[in-house]
Ligand binder design. Structure first.
Ligand code: SF4
Ligand code: SF4
Length: 473
């Protein structure tokens, strides 16, 4: 039985409710007035229910799709302005006891496994810092013997303790296997930002077919965010791996997960990620339901409309020109210059995005180094942001959401984006980017909504240009 507040995964992601939503959507989508009503509701920026989102998933005609993209574009611009938050994944360990069918790290794959020593980790962090990164996402396979929680905590501590000429890593987000309330409490105490865990697929029979090993426990995995919240982590990030099962089912269930977190804990997900299946070592694509670009774009726009105040993250799996389209209609965060293997940043010296000499977890579609990604963003009028201010100012969970929902967050995001971008230009930019970037900053500072904040940001910018660092709102 569907119960949005239940702590049981089979009730808050009730299969019958997902199927009923999809069935009802087929009929409702034939009614133009109903589509217009839903799009008009979306334009008020109060979000959509999973049932309404299901109706939009049925849209096929180009005219209505374009209208929906236009609303998503306006919403993105109004709430998030021109900033795109940048981060880098950091792979700590490739040991894994699971055998997920879609992953290059599955235990059945005969690949060299290793985890970073603390000294190797310092080298990775040094290389990342030299690329300008301030926000990391730690990644590790599941293996309690080779990669226990104590190791993860030690790594977090090492990363935060490293200080460099131009500053330090300011925020560490973590993507590790579902764990206990007690361990989530330890991660919280270690000072993590967001805890991220992809559901992979919400369709239970597919989930069971895709997994073997401890991860095969569907309920344990699906209820992980409940335990994270109980352990004190109030910023959590969810996501489905598109391509494992029907994308309509995944999208409706993903939104039911978001509604559950909001109903049960008063805080919806801080972020939603959009990984899409790409080729990986030893993966047979026979049984998968890969999502084409057209449908994927539709999914991104619908989720933007359904949860206007949730950050949306795109990984380096997507190709360059398609990334541009997705940024336009909803994506607010992306990785730049990623390495998806253990020890890759120090190996490559930050010269370009890489898959390392070792077997990666998946293959990349965007191999540009951060400097080139930044130039590309600036050319399109986006402000690359290395902002980590909310987490460091205690604006998380239920202290963050009211600011986001009332639209006041723009008064934080926009100036913080400009300040952190100026830091990047001063410390890491080349002449070309400095010239392009400062022109953009001077233009965008005038768009900071609040007058006093605009004046304060202008003063901060001048202080950063004369050498001060880490000024923020
Ligand atoms: Fe291991 Fe995660 Fe890959 Fe599954 S997806 S095999 S748990 S690293
Ligand atoms: Fe994110 Fe807060 Fe910075 Fe905005 S101000 S980019 S929400 S950390």
């Amino acid at each position: 039985m569907y119960d949005v507040k239940s702590k049981d995964a089979n009730e808050f992601i009730d299969d019958a409710e997902v199927l009923a939503s999809l069935e009802a959507a087929k009929k409702l989508s034939a009614d133009k007035a109903e589509i217009d009503r839903i799009l008009a509701k979306a334009q008020k920026y109060h979000g959509l229910t999973h049932r309404e989102a299901a109706v939009l998933l049925e849209i096929q005609d180009e005219q209505t799709l374009n209208k929906m993209y236009e609303i998503a574009r306006e919403m993105k611009e109004t709430i998030y302005g021109k900033r795109i938050v940048l981060f880098a994944p950091l792979y700590l360990s490739s040991y894994c006891v699971n055998n997920c069918k879609y992953c290059g790290y599955k235990c059945q794959n005969d690949i060299a496994r290793r985890r970073l020593s603390q000294e190797e980790l310092r080298e990775e962090v040094r290389a990342l810092e030299a690329m300008g990164h301030k926000r990391l996402l730690l990644e590790a396979g599941e293996d309690d013997s080779n990669c226990p929680i104590e190791y993860i905590l030690e790594c977090i501590n090492t990363i935060y303790s490293e200080k460099f000429k131009n500053g330090a890593i300011r925020r560490v987000n973590v993507d590790i296997a579902a764990t206990t309330v007690e361990n989530y409490g330890k991660l919280k105490d270690a000072g993590i930002g967001t805890y991220i865990l992809f559901q992979e697929t919400y369709h239970k029979p597919t989930y069971l077919a895709m997994h073997s090993g401890p991860k095969r426990n569907y309920e344990w995995h699906t209820e992980a965010m409940d335990r994270a919240m109980q352990g004190g982590i109030d910023d959590v990030g969810i996501g489905a791996l598109y391509g494992l099962y029907d994308y309509r089912y995944e999208t409706v269930a993903l939104l039911m997960h978001a509604e559950h977190l909001e109903a049960a804990y008063g805080v919806g997900p801080h972020t939603i990620s959009f990984p899409r299946l790409l080729p990986a070592e030893g993966v047979d694509y026979g049984s998968f339901q890969l999502v084409n670009d057209r449908d994927f774009k539709k999914i991104v726009a619908i989720i933007r409309l359904a949860v206007p105040y949730t950050g949306m993250i795109l990984s380096t799996r997507e190709g360059i020109s398609f990334r541009r389209e997705l940024l336009d209609i909803g994506i607010s965060q992306m990785s730049a210059g990623s390495c998806v293997g253990v020890g890759g940043y120090a190996q490559k010296g930050g010269e370009q995005a890489c898959e390392t000499g070792e077997t990666p977890q998946f293959y990349l579609a965007d191999h540009r180094k951060p400097l080139d990604v930044l130039k590309w963003l600036v050319e399109d009028g986006y402000v690359p942001s290395y902002c980590t201010a909310c987490y460091r100012e205690g604006r998380t969970g239920d202290r963050f959401m009211p600011l986001a929902k009332s639209g006041q967050i723009g008064n934080f995001c926009s100036p913080n984006a400009l300040l952190t971008f100026e830091e990047y230009l001063s410390d890491y930019g080349d002449d070309e980017l400095r010239q392009m970037g400062r022109k953009l900053i001077d233009k965008e500072i005038a768009n900071v909504p609040d007058e006093k904040r605009r004046a304060a940001a202008t003063a901060y910018l001048a202080r950063i240009r004369s050498g001060e660092r880490d000024l923020r709102f």
